[in-house]
Structures are given as C-alpha cells and as structure tokens.
Design a protein around this ligand. Structure first.
Ligand code: ZN
Length: 159
C-alpha cells in the first residue's frame, strides 16, 4: 500500500514513537563505565529522572567510550540512550555542537535552528516541544553531556 502524502507526517511520528519506546525499553550503553575520564549526573526533580553519564575522552579529544545509568521516565531514558549512540566516537567539539542542536530543537518553537549538525533520528525527540513539562526529561542527558565535557577533569594523579 502506498501512503498518501498527507499521512507522511503521522507515519513519521509513529516511527519516532516506536524509536523512543525501543530505546526506553532497551537502553543502549547502559551501565557504569569503569575507565571513565569524565562524568556528570543530572536530576530532573519535576519528574524524578536521575542519571549519571560517563565518558572516556582520549588524548585526541575523542569520546572513545560512553555509558549512562540511572532511572526515569521513558523519554529521559530514551533520550540518554539515543545520546550515547550518537555521541560515541565523536570529538568533544562535535559532541557539544550536537548538544546545542538537539537542545535548541527541543526548546524552540521552530525547527530552523542550524549549526551545521544533521540531528538525524534525534528528531524523534523534537516532539517534546509540544509538552513543556517533558522538555526537561528529554534535555537532562544532554545537559549532563555538556557538564561532563566541560569539567575538563584530569584523571586523579598522585604525582
Ligand atoms: Zn521524565
């Protein structure tokens, strides 16, 4: 069956809903990262979402490992899971550009923000714009990412 163009938006929305449910049920990169160089936690008291985000940033400023743990609503877990899939392997500058692009898309009334980042399937998270109470659920992991990268922490040294 060929879909009528008028249904395309609804179908896309259904696909995105499935993507979010899938990531909420089976979060990717879930757990603690034993060799993390950077980490940050995030709390969204409005909803009760909590997470810790772990990064391993190598000498070339590349995020060579990433994971998260925590608990929260489906949107917060799916957003964190999608984040880990997207950010793994990127350099920190590009990761921060994703942070900016994704959080702008989720908080602005229009989707014309463009800093050169193609957010791809992260568009699935844009729907929270219609539900202001859920925006913090969806942005929580991204703020944790930004905080973790900007902590510029060095591994503890006894030298
Ligand atoms: Zn939530």
């Amino acid at each position: 069956m060929i879909a009528e163009p008028i249904h395309a938006v609804d179908e896309l929305r259904d696909l995105y809903r499935e993507l979010i449910l899938d990531h909420a049920k089976s979060p990717r990169h879930f757990g603690k990262l034993s060799d993390a160089t950077h980490s940050a936690n995030g709390i969204n008291p409005l909803c009760g979402d909590k997470l810790n985000l772990y990064l391993h940033i190598d000498q070339a400023s590349k995020i060579s490992a990433i994971s998260f743990e925590g608990s929260g609503c489906a949107i917060s877990v799916a957003s964190a899971s999608l984040l880990t899939e997207t950010i793994l392997g990127l350099d920190v500058t590009t990761a921060l550009a994703y942070f900016e692009a994704v959080t702008m898309r989720m908080t602005q009334p229009r989707d014309d923000f463009d800093n050169g980042i193609d957010v791809g399937k992260l568009r699935a998270l844009d729907g929270v714009r219609e539900f202001p109470a859920r925006v913090k659920c969806a942005t929580l992991a991204w703020h944790a990412l930004s905080a973790a990268i900007q902590q510029h922490s060095e591994p503890a040294s006894t030298e």
